[in-house]
Design a protein around this ligand. Sequence first.
Ligand SMILES: Nc1ncnc2c1ncn2[C@@H]1O[C@H](COP(=O)(O)OP(=O)(O)OP(=O)(O)O)[C@@H](O)[C@H]1O
Ligand SMILES: [Mg+2]
Length: 508
Amino acid sequence: MSETAPATSLAAAPAGPVLELHGISKTFAGVGVLHGVELAVHPGQVMGLVGENGAGKSTLMRIVTGIYGADSGGVIRFGGREVHFASARQSIDAGVAMIHQDLNLLPDLTVAENLLLGREPLNRFGLIDRPAMRAQAQVLLAAVRQQIDPASSVGSLSVAQQQMVEIARALSLDARLIIMDEPTDALTGVETEVLFDAIRQLRAQGKAVVYISHRLAEIFAICDVVTVLRDGYKVFSGPVVGLDEATLIHHMVGREITDQYPYRPAAAGAVALRVRGLTAPGISDISFEVRAGEVVGFAGLMGAGSSELGKAIYGDVAVHAGSVELQGRPVRLRSPQDGVRAGIAYLPEDRKAEGLIQAHSVRTNMSLAALPRFDRGLGWVDRHREDEAVAGYISAFAIKSQGAQAEVATLSGGNQQKVSLAKALMTEPRVLILAEPTRGVDVGARREIYSLVNELKAKGMAIVLISSDMPELLGIADRILVLSHGHLTGTFEHGRATQEAILERALA
Ligand SMILES: Nc1ncnc2c1ncn2[C@@H]1O[C@H](COP(=O)(O)OP(=O)(O)OP(=O)(O)O)[C@@H](O)[C@H]1O
Ligand SMILES: [Mg+2]
C-alpha cells in the first residue's frame, strides 16, 4: 500500500453539473417550440449552444432564468437542487446571470444606473451615493476595457457599446452560471477577445458558461462542449475537440452548406452614391463612391465610426459638413420618407430601437415604408400585391413565424433581423445601406442573404455594407474601406485584403 493516499480520494467527488435540465418542453399558443430537452453543464465548463434561427436556444435559456415557465413535466436542477425560478430576479439571486440577445438595458438610464440597477450604493442618509456609483461603474467598465462615460445614457451608445455594458453587468453579478445569448453579434474581433479573456477567467474560477452564437468560429475558439438544437429538439451534444465546422453545420441544419460566401465580381455601372467630405458626430472628412452593382464594405473597430457613417449618409444624425449625392444629385435626407423617395434604404444596426415596431405584425413592419409602391391611387393600397411581396420575403428568407400576422415580438432574434432586412428591400431602393445585416442570422439564412446580395448587384443596386464580421466583409465586398477614429485609413480591393491587413489599418 502506498503511504500517501491518491489525490483523488481527498478531492471532493467529481463535481456534479451546476445546471441540469430534464424533459424541458415549451408550447406557445399551441405550437411546440421545445421538445423534451436534456442538458447538463458542469462547473468550469463552457458549453456552446447552437442551432438555426428559431431553434429554441433563447427560449430554453429564458426558461432556465425564470422568464418563461416550461410546460409541465420538465425538471431544472441548479447546484444539484431542483429549482422553480418564478422571475429573473430569483435566478440572479440564486447565481445565474444572463446576457440577453436583444440587450436588456434601459435606454433612458445612464450606464452607471444600468450597471448597478437594484444594488446602488447608498450614502449615510440612505440615498443613492452618486459619486460612489460612478466609481463602481468605472471599475466594472474597466474590467471589460471600456472607456465609456458612466454618466452617458445607454440610448446614446452604439449597439456594440451596449453589448459591452451588458457583458460588464453580467460579469459583475458573481454568478455560478453565466448565460451569454449572442454576446458578440455586433462586436469586432478585438472586443470579442476581451470577452473571451473574461470567459477563460470564469472557467478557471470553476464557473459555468452557456455560450450561444451563430459565429461558429467562436464556438471552436472558446467552448469545451457544444449542444445543438434543431426545431426544438436536442440533436447533438459532445466535446468540441474532434468536431469540425461542416459536421456542426450538418447537425444544425441537417444538410451541407458549401461555399458560404458566393462572391460574384461586380459589373459596376455609373456612380450611384457619392459621399464627399462627410463630417458628423464620430466621423470626419469621409469621401468615397459606390457604383451601381457594387458592394462597398466598411470595417473598423468599435467606435471607429462605421455605425455613425451609415446614419450620417441616411440623414439620421446632423451632418456638420460634406455632401451626399445620389445618381449625381445632391440630397439632404431628413426623414425615412425622404430616403424612400430618393431611392435609398437603410438597415439600421439596432433593429429593436430603430428598425422594427415590436407590437406590430410581420406584414406591417415589412411593408409600411414601401406602401407608396402598392398605392393604386387616392391612397388605396393594393393589398393583394402587398401580401404577395410579404409572402415572397417570408419564403425567400425562410422567416419562421406563426404567419404574416404574427407580432414581431414573438419572432426569434434572427428572424426579426430577416424582417428588418425585408423591410429595407421592400422599398426597392437603388442604394442600400446595410448595417450589420446578418446580426444574429444563422448559417443557412446568411447564405441566402449573400446570394440575394449577388442578385441585387446584378440588378444594379449599389450597396454599402457596414459589418463587424470580418469574414463576411472579406467574402462579399468588392472593396473594403477601413475606418479608424472616424477617418478613412485604408482601401482594399476584393481578394487583396486579409484580416491582419485590415486590423493593421483599423489600429492606425
Ligand atoms: N413569446 C412568444 N410567443 C410565440 N412564439 C414565440 C415566443 N417566443 C419565441 N417564440 C417562438 O419560439 C421559437 C424559438 O424561438 P427562440 O427565440 O428560442 O429561437 P432562437 O433559437 O433563440 O433563434 P435565434 O437564433 O434567431 O435567436 C420561434 O419559432 C419563435 O417564433
Ligand atoms: Mg435567440
